[in-house]
Design a protein around this ligand. Structure first.
Ligand SMILES: Cc1ncc(COP(=O)(O)O)c(C=O)c1O
Length: 396
């Protein structure tokens, strides 16, 4: 893995034919330290957002020793990198084989579920283990999120009461988890979700050992500047403190996006220009999935030798595959004289970027280069308190 100062150096010096991820371990470490210093509980990194080993190592080096996973492949990945990491298997629908392997071979003890069926499955696959932390995934509104995660998973309150009572009988620790949706733009969404789960817990009359507020913490994108991250933590913290059922209850969160979005950007090359349409070598079947499928506005700029003052124009991008859907409407504001062979840097692509690559049409190649500049946009202001010894953590 090469090491360059910034994306302009990479483009100018190497003229890459394939997309290049500019990776910033320092940005990931900063995000991890921020959560360690500011979140008043335990932070589990949601591996699905970006499972790159360099990123996992950077987060771990900065103190993240707990990981939220969705699949047995993610369990194996984390266990292979960090022998002592705590792993929470929070996908509410798992295969029996995945549960059994996670429990018996990888010491996973934390499992999420949202149905009696899944509870039966977990108990059968672990031979009725008595050392499980079982987390009910509670349905909550995702209205303040740019990406809803409410359609597929989550027990409604009327389903959750009896399930929680049953879980309490078999769990060593009982948890309630929710997800307010990815890229949630309002701290009140977390408060509202805690209100809802608190009512269910009270109705069920159970003692809960863990409240897991999930992920959803936002990153900054053009036209999508969230309120300060600090205000999300303050809102969660204040509401948690007044929870009726919170005595001796642990507080967890599972950020994915917020811990990795700023940690990479992407260099793409313009292979054709037709008017205001630029044909580039990465697209919606690659790391730019959200730019096409969700019309997500990523920051973009020209980098490399041709970089210079020019009038700005609004462009749309097309990716490299032969599919019409491989289209990113933007608009991406770039120099008007942009031409074939120019390089663009697309920023804040660390979350759900490299993780979404498919290799469709054979466009699978890419490189990774460590760069030293900061992210194009950030939510981590330098004024936020950091723990003095955040780097002095043990490796698993
Ligand atoms: C269970 C669970 N936890 C955490 C996350 C991470 O969410 P985000 O990247 O929005 O923080 C997800 C995302 O899908 C999830 O499904």
């Amino acid at each position: 893995m090469a090491n360059d100062k910034d994306a302009s150096d990479v483009a100018a010096l190497t003229h890459p034919a394939d997309p290049v991820f500019c990776i910033r371990p320092a940005a990931a470490e900063k995000a991890a330290r921020w959560f360690a210093a500011n979140f008043p509980g335990d932070t589990f990194y949601a591996v699905k957002a970006n499972p790159s080993p360099w990123l996992l190592r950077a987060l771990h080096a900065a103190g993240v020793s707990k990981f939220e996973v969705a699949s047995i492949a993610e369990v194996r990945l984390i266990r292979s990198l960090f022998r002592h990491a705590e792993i929470a298997f929070m996908h509410p629908v798992k295969s029996a084989e995945a549960i059994a392997e996670a429990y018996t071979e990888h010491s996973v003890r934390i499992f999420a579920l949202d149905s009696d069926q899944e509870l039966d499955k977990i108990l059968a696959a672990t031979n009725d283990a008595d050392d499980l932390t079982l987390c009910l995934r509670h349905a909550v509104p995702n209205d303040a999120a740019k990406i809803s995660l409410s359609r597929k998973f989550g027990a409604r309150s009327d389903e959750a009461v009896a399930l929680l009572q049953r879980m309490r009988q078999v769990a060593d620790r009982l948890g309630v988890a929710f997800h307010v949706g990815s890229q949630t733009m309002a701290p009140a969404a977390f408060v509202n979700a805690i209100d809802i789960v608190e009512q269910t817990i009270v109705k069920a009359g159970v003692i809960v050992d863990v409240l897991d507020v999930g992920g959803g913490f936002p990153a900054s994108y053009p036209g999508m500047t969230p309120p300060p991250l600090r205000s999300f933590i303050d809102a969660i913290s204040a509401r948690f403190d007044t929870m009726l059922v919170a005595e001796n209850c642990a507080l967890w969160c599972e950020p994915g996006r917020a811990l990795c979005a700023e940690a990479s950007s992407l260099i793409v090359r313009v292979e054709a220009r037709k008017g205001d349409s630029l044909y580039v070598n990465e697209g919606v079947y690659g790391a730019l999935f959200d730019a096409g499928h969700l019309n997500w506005p990523f920051p973009a700029r020209r980098v490399g030798a041709q970089n210079g003052p020019a009038a700005v124009n609004a462009f749309e991008l097309f990716g490299p595959t032969c599919d019409d859907l491989d289209h990113m409407p933007g608009p991406f504001y770039l120099p008007a004289d942009i031409a074939v062979g120019d390089y663009l840097e697309i920023g804040v692509i660390g979350a759900y970027g490299v993780a979404m690559r498919t290799g469709f049409n054979g466009f699978a190649g890419y490189a990774e280069v460590v760069v030293e500049d900061g992210p194009m946009l950030t939510v981590f202001d330098d004024a936020a308190p950091m723990p003095a010894n955040a780097n002095e953590t043990s490796h698993g």
